[in-house]
Write a protein that binds this ligand. Structure first.
Ligand code: PMP
Length: 311
């Protein structure tokens, strides 16, 4: 993998190879880290990146730090400033970026250690996956989504992601692209790192937030865009058997954008091709993220124009 010149560690911009964390830190030993994954979309006409829904990502990062009782949580303003600084320092242009922002316990205590808290940010070029266009095949996992009263998925703690890892590794070993989790009540939850939607009888349906899911920013975006396009949206519990009855289904998330699901457990959905509602919502999602349409300018934070305005 080719790496960029700079990353952020402990709030400072450093050469990529110097962005390291000590092996004795609680973050390394116990996964005591919370994080956000964000995207910056390149708009060729404006010659700028747009960070998508930065404020909402920062609210969630703040919640995750508070929930984990971190001492001296890193403030949102500082994270935003350092993210902009990092993209500008690397001089990126032309290709969409994926940004990982981690607040981690750098202290060397046990699993209960709460500080001091460090800030790490990486930004990597990440063009759109072919899966977004072509769709994928999913397996209902035999692994259960961790319940809220064990390790809440609402909190974006990196230790939670080993649950998703088990399901992903199993799904790919079995010849699928990814997995759909059921929760402890047997209801559809989400994918390993993305939320689940289905289209049935013209309604756009997604599991409500009491189904052991991350309160996804893309999920919220898709719900808003679907309503604006005139679709009825429903947030409710979804049974496993309903997956077979769906006309269309898709995953959504910062990394997955809007990715069509063509089959579940080898049973094709609808015609087995990318469905029309999925296609429409995917296009409107991409247009809003990239700034191809004026709508929802409040969701796009310019990277380079902001710097020019400041100078
Ligand atoms: N669920 C999980 C478990 C995730 O890790 C992600 C990715 N952050 C999502 C859903 C999608 O969330 P978002 O749209 O905020 O990226």
């Amino acid at each position: 993998m080719s790496t960029p010149k700079y990353a952020v560690i402990d709030g400072e911009i450093v050469e990529w190879d110097n962005a390291t964390v000590h092996v004795a830190s609680a973050a390394f030993k116990f996964g005591t880290t919370v994080f956000e994954g964000l995207r910056a979309y390149w708009n060729a006409k404006d010659e700028d990146f747009y960070l998508f829904r930065m404020a909402e990502h920062m609210d969630r990062l703040d919640f995750s730090q508070r929930f984990m009782r971190f001492d001296g949580a890193i403030p949102a303003d500082l994270v935003t400033e350092k993210t902009l600084e990092l993209i500008r320092a690397n001089g990126f242009s032309g290709t969409n970026l994926h940004i990982m922002t981690s607040c981690y316990v750098a202290g060397m205590g046990g699993p209960g250690a709460c500080g001091p808290v460090g800030l790490a940010i990486t930004a990597l070029e990440r063009p759109r996956s072919a899966n977004v266009l072509n769709g994928i095949h999913a397996q209902v996992s035999s692994w259960m989504r961790v319940p809220d009263n064990a390790m809440p998925m609402r909190v974006k703690c990196n230790a939670n992601y080993n649950n998703g890892r088990l399901a992903t590794v199993q799904a790919t070993a079995d010849g699928y692209d990814t997995a759909i989790f059921l929760n402890s009540r047997g209801k559809v939850s989400e994918g390993p790192g993305m939320c689940f939607f289905m289209v049935r009888g013209g309604q756009v349906i997604t599991p409500d937030t009491s189904n052991d899911i991350l309160e996804s920013i893309t999920r919220d975006t898709v719900l808003q865009l679907a309503r604006e396009a005139g679709y009825e949206t429903v947030e409710r519990a979804v049974d496993r058997s309903e997956l077979a009855a769906a006309d269309e289904a898709f995953f959504c998330g910062t990394a997955w954008e809007v990715t069509p699901i063509l089959s579940i457990d080898r049973l094709p959905l609808g015609s087995g091709a990318v469905g029309p509602v999925t296609k429409k919502l995917q296009q409107s999602y991409i247009d809003v993220c990239e700034g191809n349409v004026p709508a929802h300018g409040e969701w796009r934070l310019p990277v380079y124009k902001g710097a020019a305005a400041k100078a």
